[in-house]
Design a protein around this ligand. Structure first.
Ligand SMILES: [Mn+2]
Length: 238
């Protein structure tokens, strides 16, 4: 049996419904993990974390800027107070306990905020010199390059100094917590991936490898190494 990997769901506070794009679940299964869908209160987050070997924080709506001390920018999109509270509690607890976390898109932003970082609330208006980060092409198609930092875990995983990635975000990490490292930048300089070198596995990407993994070995390797790290941390804990 593979390690138990919690996957955070999207929460629609208005309709009171959860949702999850199946490719997240399929990618974790393809990597040998056992996926479980997660949502709930902050209390649930703190109760469930100790029963998981890894956490996948998925993409979704914007993060409320109140979590990094800002008022809403006019171009801020939809937010979910329920999801923000759950995922931030989950991420903070996983950070503290050394539980492997892999963050994708919004998940990447949640991880940064959990450690005390900040976001651009809207790239086109707050950083107008940026390239297009919300592509109109299919999710399985890469749209821009990223340069992968030498010596990073991401470089080791992907085995490449440059990757082509897809891009579906209008928010992005602005400032990272102290001690964390940027591990990929877009050609416009925007942070596209980061790690906490002091943590057993704390890796975030701004793109969507779950849309690429069936035909992209570097994207598949991200899920494979995450599930492997979850397995290793679990076996050490026993
Ligand atoms: Mn991008």
């Amino acid at each position: 049996m593979g390690p138990l990997i919690g996957i955070s769901c999207s929460v629609d506070d208005e309709s009171e419904k959860l949702s999850l794009n199946l490719p997240y679940l399929r990618a974790v299964e393809a990597a040998g993990g056992v996926p479980v869908m997660l949502a709930g209160t902050e209390e649930t987050a703190r109760a469930v974390i100790g029963r998981l070997q890894g956490v996948l924080l998925t993409g979704g709506v914007d993060v409320d800027p109140c979590h990094f001390g800002e008022e809403p920018h006019p171009a801020l999109g939809e937010v979910s107070a329920t999801r923000d509270a759950f995922e931030l509690a989950l991420a903070k607890e996983a950070l503290r306990r050394g539980i492997p976390v892999f963050g994708i898109c919004r998940g990447c932003q949640v991880m940064a905020i959990a450690g005390g970082g900040t976001l651009y609330q809207d790239i086109p208006s707050q950083r107008p010199e940026s390239l297009q980060h919300y592509q109109h092409g299919a999710r399985a198609r890469a749209s821009h390059a990223v340069d992968v930092s030498a010596g990073s875990r991401l470089r080791e995983i992907s085995g490449a100094a440059q990757l082509r990635v897809n891009s579906f975000h209008h928010q992005a990490v602005r400032d990272l917590p102290q001690g964390w490292i940027t591990t990929a930048n877009a050609p416009d300089g925007l942070i596209e991936a980061f790690e906490d070198p002091a943590h057993p596995y704390w890796l975030a990407v701004q793109w969507h490898p779950e849309g690429l993994y069936p035909h992209d070995p570097a994207a598949m390797a991200l899920f494979a190494t995450f599930v492997q790290a979850a397995q290793e941390v679990a076996s050490h804990a026993r």
